[in-house]
Design a protein around this ligand. Sequence first.
Ligand code: COI
Length: 356
Amino acid sequence: MQEIKIELTKNPKQKPQDESKLGFGKIFTDHMFVMNYDEGEGWHNPRIVPYGPIEMEPAAMCLHYGQSVFEGMKAYRTADDKILLFRPDKNMARLNVSNERLCIPLIDEEFGKYAIEKLVSVDRDWVPKAEGTSLYIRPFIIGIDPQVGVHPAKHLLFIVICSPVGAYYPEGLDPVKIYVEKNYVRAVKGGMGFTKTAGNYAASLKAQDEAEKQHYTQVLWLDGIERKYIEEVGTMNVFFQIDDEVVTPALQGSILSGITRMSSIEILKSWGMKVSERKISIDEVAKAAAEGRLKEAFGTGTAAVISPIGELKWGDDIMKINNGEIGPLSQKLYDTLTGIQWGKLPDTMNWTVEVK
Ligand code: COI
């Protein structure tokens, strides 16, 4: 393992006093991890330094052409003050999937995990304690060559920042209302929908803004060709319980391979439930809702955790799901997943990693 230099801050910030008011992603810890890539040298100079502005030229390529990838992970504080990460190996593997698609030099996944553990260890006092809170970890890579021609960068930065957070949605665990998007699309097969890259989120802003104006929390994306098959929700994957089958869209190149999605599938299957990763059309969901067979719907994501969906609006069709209340399956899945993450339940799947 390369040695990580550590420069501790001389001006530690005050930590949030009221953890019930953290919100999501507005406060940052005292330190960040930084590593450079330069052609010929590879990834080098890993360091933990005080959190602060980074310098780059106005011509830096990521600012113009979006050669930028990121991950989202969390650290959790247990009742006996251990700090746990959840499946960090999966985040590092997915970061390299995004890297590969965006012509970004791959990182050493073991080293990436080690760097994140070190950073969280340095900032461990920032991992909040209150029920439902965690430390959100945001690794990202940007191309910084000062160059206005469009080419893969030869100089990049890998940075990790951390933020103590509460629930992503103001609704918390109350069901969210979702707007089924008919006009805009997020991604198409062959594009970058399966990666965590900044541009996918830029593509979502307009639809998100219009949905919010109509008092919907997020949009549900349909496929980019037929506008028929369900893809994912703004910041989460999506699941529907129709009769006794739990259905989630298959990974076919245009949606994100969520780690909470993967874990939810594994948990549901361990309960003996029928879980199908398949194509599912919005018509199928609307028909099931009209026939009273759509029992529950929920989103999954690192930020969103398990987020029940209480209403779907598709054109004039407003589908109320489980009377707008959280259903037993979403609740049980939330309790189980967060139980493992916060160390309240035995980690029989070996998903958590303790930060020393
Ligand atoms: C996450 O769930 O970690 C994400 O990256 C979603 C984010 C855009 C808030």
